[in-house]
Design a protein. Structure first.
Length: 262
């Protein structure tokens, strides 16, 4: 797959200004950003702000994004504010804007970590590792630089149901270290388009939000997503997913859809 020669999804222009590269393009239109990389950028902005204020390493446990509109492949600005400060729990809000218009708002809960190995456990089933799934290109459904920049391995059970692994060779931000959590956040929005219930040429189903709950910092280069897409009969849908990494179940993901037959 091609990434158009970009070295990263974003380039830093200033303290809170960034330029989206062609590798962010696609999903419903190639002249607009696929919102997934921007979600990773906002996670990075929150962690960078945290590290500038404190050194105890609170981790991102919930990432709740509201997607307020589309954004061109162009310059964007970010801002961060702490809504609920605390010693072991913080609620932080970050906004990504273009030309003075808010495009995405993230509300993130950050939690202190502690040793809970003695009580850890889950009943969530695993999925086969990436090497056991066939390579797959979603280019038949989705155009643009972002889809061209990712590597996918997928199993499709039926329309709207399946699981897949995704990774990318591109960093979220050029020349700047980004955490595993921010890297994974930059891939999450792909979940809505990989086990589609209907051909996107006949039905549009963009998501207006995305909420992820994470059990821990992700491990490994692959993100696994076990996904079910559901369309209701009144124009509303939901894509529900379980997230996986090299260690096993990582968390959960939900996206609210506006379903629009063409």
């Amino acid at each position: 797959m091609s990434d158009g020669g970009a070295a990263a999804y974003f380039e830093r222009l200033g303290e809170a200004r960034f330029r989206a590269t062609d590798a962010t393009s696609g999903a419903w239109r190639e002249d607009e950003q696929h919102i997934s990389p921007a979600l990773g950028l906002l996670a990075h902005v929150v962690e960078r702000d945290r590290d500038g204020r404190r050194s105890d390493g609170l981790v991102l446990a919930r990432l709740s994004y509201d997607i307020l509109g589309v954004v061109p492949v162009a310059e964007v600005e970010t801002s961060v504010r702490v809504l609920r400060p605390g010693r072991t729990i913080e609620l932080v809000e970050a906004t990504l804007s273009h030309a003075g218009r808010a495009v995405v708002v993230l509300r993130a809960w950050l939690l202190a970590t502690r040793d809970t190995a003695a009580v850890a456990g889950t009943s969530l089933p695993g999925i086969p590792p990436p090497e056991q799934l066939p390579e797959w290109s979603p280019a038949e459904y989705w155009p643009g630089g972002f889809i061209g920049s990712v590597h996918l391995r997928r199993h499709r059970e039926e329309a709207g149901r399946g699981w897949f692994w995704v990774r990318t060779d591109l960093p979220v931000l050029a020349g700047e270290p980004v955490s595993p959590t921010a890297r994974v956040a930059g891939l999450l929005d792909i979940a809505n388009g990989m086990t589609v219930r209907a051909d996107p040429a006949g039905v549009h189903f963009p998501n207006i939000d995305l909420t992820a709950h994470l059990l821990r910092v992700p491990e490994g280069e692959w993100l696994g997503i076990d996904s079910t897409q559901t369309f209701g009969d009144t124009g509303i849908g939901v894509t529900s997913s379980v997230l996986h990494d090299a260690r096993g179940p990582l968390g959960s993901l939900a996206q609210c859809l506006t379903v629009r037959p063409r």
